[in-house]
Design a protein around this ligand. Structure first.
Ligand SMILES: NC(=O)C1=CN([C@@H]2O[C@H](COP(=O)(O)OP(=O)(O)OC[C@H]3O[C@@H](n4cnc5c(N)ncnc54)[C@H](OP(=O)(O)O)[C@@H]3O)[C@@H](O)[C@H]2O)C=CC1
Ligand SMILES: O=C(O)[C@@H]1CCC=N1
Length: 256
């Protein structure tokens, strides 16, 4: 996710390569990213913190506390700490940095790589209007942004943070259906992807309820309603709701 954000931020031009310092103890992974973009890289997280004013923590949830412990002596109230880790609460983050340091939690998603991300933002107790503007500006450059209260962040994680994986599976399965019915894989993927994009965009642009769109496609006695019947018999809605619920429950346990 961290490298997707790096690419997304640079593609927009909002951030210049020289403004970025990416730190990872694995020099191999860094070298690959450094080859793609002329950014500053290093294997010492403390160096990154000394370099930056905005510090984005993109490590796995269980690694957040150890990393903050390592860099805390170098964090000042001039820094803004942004965590994208699922399930790591603002209170845990705030306890791990010196008093009064502003902290913000963000749940981005992977389409930020191409500027089509969805980021949910929750502000910590020391983050005010200026920190909110900084984080909203950064993430708005790579997609849409909503600022919400922390109690809703795990639900956003299960929906928009994890959602790209769920939708990728649906897209692949639709394409499989096309292949089963004789289309080439390439053509089936193209049809499935654009159908998913067009449907989502239409709902966004018109503001119509998805059920209205569905009804418009289902001609009486036609082919779509036969497909819808199969989806309903298979419990697709319940399966997707359950997937979001399972992801949310798991995200609450990731820090432990
Ligand atoms: N993947 C996604 O779509 C999303 C992920 N997130 C959040 O982003 C975070 C990262 O997830 P994801 O990108 O999937 O996981 P990855 O494992 O791909 O990325 C974690 C990165 O952190 C590096 N790392 C490990 N230890 C340290 C350390 N001590 N100091 C600095 N860097 C370190 C890893 O390096 P190495 O590989 O060498 O161990 C790796 O490059 C998680 O907290 C996740 O909840 C949020 C939204 C969406
Ligand atoms: O799977 C995960 O834990 C992370 C959080 C959101 C997306 N990926």
């Amino acid at each position: 996710m961290g490298s997707a954000l790096v690419t997304g931020f640079l593609e927009t031009g909002l951030v210049q390569p020289g403004d970025l310092f990416v730190s990872d103890p694995d020099g191999g992974a860094l070298a690959a990213l450094g080859q793609k973009h002329p950014i500053n890289t290093g294997t010492d997280n403390k160096e990154a913190v000394r370099f930056a004013d905005v510090v984005i923590l993109a490590v796995k949830p269980a690694v957040v506390k150890p990393v903050l412990k390592e860099v805390a002596p170098f964090i000042t109230t001039e820094h803004l700490i942004v965590s994208i880790a699922a399930g790591v609460s603002l209170s845990v983050l705030e306890e791990s940095v010196p008093a009064e340091v502003p902290v913000v939690r963000v749940m981005p998603n992977i389409p930020a790589l191409i500027g089509e991300g969805m980021a949910a933002i929750a502000l910590g107790k020391n983050a005010g209007a200026s920190e909110r503007k900084t984080v909203e500006t950064l993430f708005a450059a790579v997609g849409k942004v909503v600022t919400l209260s922390e109690k809703d962040l795990d639900a956003a994680t299960g929906l928009s943070g994890c959602g790209p994986a769920f939708l990728a599976i649906i897209l692949e399965a639709l394409a499989d259906g096309g292949v089963k019915m004789g289309l080439s894989r390439q053509l089936a993927m193209e049809l499935a992807a654009q159908t998913m994009i067009g449907t989502a965009r239409m709902i966004q642009v018109t503001g119509e309820h998805p059920a209205v769109l569905k009804d418009r496609v289902c001609s009486p006695g036609g082919s779509t309603i036969c497909g819808v019947h199969v989806l309903e018999e298979g419990g697709l809605r319940g399966i997707l709701m359950g997937a979001v619920e399972a992801a949310v429950k798991r995200s609450g346990k990731l820090c432990k």
